[in-house]
Design a binder for this molecule. Structure first.
Ligand code: FES
Ligand SMILES: [Fe+2]
Length: 376
């Protein structure tokens, strides 16, 4: 799992001014809430006092949260501003603070930056890459989120993989047309790549009756444009069928821990815009994800191999190969949490994902930074 990346922590509507929300990401707990002004806040959930769950506590209505164990009060920057057991006027120790992480909201998702990089060095959120989401007149969106017991990187690779639908997705893959068009990969501005390919459309018997009415008997090719983004371990898949019938899916994968992933997805369509068609679309997405996750849950090893030589990737796997290269590069830059060491040493001491405040002021933190597999 990588630090120094943006992850989708929750849907915007789940984060509010009344009740803190505890979210697990990268094997750690975080607490999210909103200030009275509506700004979303994300703090490390483990209290620097005696390890209580801050998120079990209460919001004070003025932008601070009191820890659920002894009520130490933290502001949105993670600074402790009050220690009730010492009285109102007590001097607050410098080390009385927890990490506070940058937050942005896009597509009604709360993105948090779990790392300590300066703003310009962070992977960019593909905030501009989903205009369909905002165009309510021409597009209709269905959304869903769910947990899957698969590794985040294996799951992401599956979503970039154009060779599996013929064998995994009976509802739209074409067993008789398994070939993947090899195209030049185009790097995008989001530490990922685009592949735009022609593919054979599903058979008429595979498509639903409502879509069958929109397309002709003898349909032209389908174009699938896939983008991979590092931020959010996300991707965009833009499928254009004959007659400019389009469907754009954007999806993010948040590592809950090395073995579990939370998936957030929006799918926009420019056809059958009425609400009555939503459930059929949702059902299609659910079915496709289930088919994917059933396969990914059975791959071995559970994690992405560290060398290209440890599996036999071929030219048709070009998007997955490109993602692995980005992943390995970031691992070597010291972005990968050393989970084995963390599990061992973390039994007696809590380690925290570093936040940007540590760059300027690396000393005076109770919780040290999580160990990484390569030096940072
Ligand atoms: S553990 Fe949080 S206030 Fe004591
Ligand atoms: Fe799939």
């Amino acid at each position: 799992m990588l630090i120094n990346n943006w992850y989708v922590a929750a849907k915007s509507q789940q984060v509010n001014r009344e009740k803190p929300l505890i979210v697990r990401m990268l094997g750690q707990n975080f607490v999210l809430y909103r200030t009275p002004e509506g700004e979303a806040v994300c703090l490390a959930n483990t209290c620097c006092h005696r390890g209580g769950s801050i998120g079990r506590g209460e919001l004070d209505g003025a932008g601070c949260i009191g820890c659920g164990y002894h009520g130490w009060k933290f502001n949105p920057q993670g600074r402790c501003v009050e220690i009730p057991s010492l009285g109102k006027d007590a001097k607050i120790p410098r080390r009385a603070r927890v990490d506070s992480y940058p937050v942005e909201e896009h597509f009604d998702w709360v993105w948090v930056f779990l790392g300590d990089l300066e703003e310009n060095d962070r992977p960019r959120i593909p905030a501009t890459e989903f205009p369909e989401y905002h165009d309510k007149e021409n597009w209709r969106v269905v959304s869903m989120e769910f947990d899957a017991d698969v590794n985040w990187a294996r799951g992401h690779e599956n979503s970039l993989d154009s060779a599996h639908p013929a064998f995994v997705h009976a509802s739209f893959g074409r067993r008789s047309a398994p070939e993947v068009q090899i195209v030049p990969l185009v790097p995008n501005a989001f530490m990922g790549h685009n592949a735009t390919r022609q593919r054979v459309p599903p058979k008429r018997s595979q498509i639903s009756a409502d879509i069958a009415k929109l397309v002709s008997e003898k349909r032209g090719k389908t174009t699938a444009s896939t983008d991979s983004y590092l931020a959010g371990i996300s991707h965009r898949i833009d499928i254009t069928r004959e007659g400019n019938i389009r469907q754009v899916t954007i999806s993010a994968r948040t590592p809950v821990d090395p073995y579990n992933t939370r998936v957030f997805a929006h799918q926009a369509r420019n056809y059958l815009l009425e609400e009555e068609h939503d459930e059929a679309r949702r059902e299609g997405i659910r079915r496709a994800y289930k088919e994917d996750l059933d396969v990914v849950a059975t791959v071995e090893p559970k994690f992405v191999p560290r060398s290209m030589a440890h599996q036999l990737l071929v030219e048709a796997d070009q998007m997955e190969t490109a993602f692995r290269k980005v992943l390995i590069e970031k691992v070597k830059q010291g972005w990968e949490i050393d989970f084995d060491r963390l599990q061992d040493e973390g039994r007696f001491r809590h380690y925290s994902i570093p936040s940007p405040a540590r760059r300027k002021d690396p000393k005076n933190w109770v919780h040290p930074v999580v160990p990484t597999t390569f030096p940072r």
